[in-house]
Design a protein around this ligand. Structure first.
Ligand code: SAH
Length: 273
């Protein structure tokens, strides 16, 4: 597929590592660099959040190794993943480290790249489309909208030790940006919602949960900051989920694919009357 393009994509050199983002799930959101990497890699170390449909693009004979942290399968620790990458590269393999979304957005891509530098392994980084932008977009939420916000804050709901980052100043966060996009927030979402309200956000502020964003299992749940607990109980919302807080969420009433389709159908019905 990449061979038909009117421009050249890079050649994957043996002994090199490519850290590549595979996007949030919909294979249509893979970058050409990602497809090019899949077509050439000898060994693919992929994360739990990488959608399996894209692995079908791997070249014949490529080894696919799960290096994620879920799915009930035995999982490698971060250090082991890094060592594995280095070891495979030293064996002369073209190593594709494939990560969900973007490798440098809450993806530990920086840590892995630093380890490769230390080990003198040549590498390249190719960004992917991050779930915190694509997820809202697929739900009908632009993360910026000129009349609503001039800034957006991307946050993680937990730290390396599994708790809400202690460095967070909730008052400052609440004031900092009208729109907040949380990754990895489900474990501590009650605490996060309480802290945001204490920090000054309104309890009737709209919130959207976008689960399995951009995949055929995508689900969206709209609620308000003060009602988060009930919404989660009612719908049993689980990771992977992106949480958007802010007025932009209301735009989904008009811009979500369902709303757009409904509106078009209404218009067509009216025309045919
Ligand atoms: N590097 C990734 C983020 C990894 S952190 C990126 O750029 O998208 C893992 C978190 O990302 C999950 O807990 C969830 O909050 C979010 N996430 C990743 N893929 C997702 C998806 N398809 N749907 C919803 N959330 C997703």
């Amino acid at each position: 597929m990449t061979a038909d393009l009117p421009f050249k994509l890079p050649q994957f050199i043996a002994g090199h590592v490519w850290l590549v983002g595979a996007g949030p799930g919909d294979p249509g959101l893979l970058t050409l660099h990602c497809v090019n990497a899949l077509k050439q890699a000898d060994h693919i170390l992929y994360d739990a959040l990488v959608d399996h449909s894209c692995l079908k693009l791997a070249k014949q004979g490529a080894i696919l190794e799960f290096a994620g942290k879920r799915g009930g399968k035995p999982s490698l620790k971060q250090q082991e993943i890094t060592e594995r990458m280095i070891c495979l590269a030293r064996e002369g393999k073209r190593v594709l480290r494939l990560k969900g979304g973007d490798p440098f957005v809450f993806g530990r891509g920086g840590e892995e790249a630093l380890a490769l530098i230390e080990a003198h392994i040549p590498f390249r980084v190719f960004p992917g489309i991050t779930a915190g932008i694509a997820g809202p977009a697929y739900a009908g939420i632009p993360v910026t909208h000129r009349s609503i916000n001039h800034s957006v804050l991307f946050l993680t709901g937990h730290d390396a030790d599994g708790t809400v980052p202690k460095s967070f100043d909730w008052k400052a966060i609440s004031r900092a940006a009208p729109v907040l996009v949380f990754y990895m927030a489900m474990k501590h979402i009650d605490e996060i919602a309480d802290d945001l309200i204490k920090g000054g956000r309104k309890s009737d502020e709209p919130v959207m949960f976008i689960t399995h964003a951009t995949t055929s299992n995508q689900r969206i749940y709209k609620t308000e900051l003060g009602h988060i607990k009930q919404t989660i109980k009612e719908h049993d919302i689980e990771p992977p989920t992106i949480v958007v807080v802010g007025k932009v969420v209301s735009l989904a009433d008009k811009l979500s694919p369902d709303s757009v389709t409904d509106e078009l159908e209404d218009e067509l019905d009216n025309r045919s009357l």
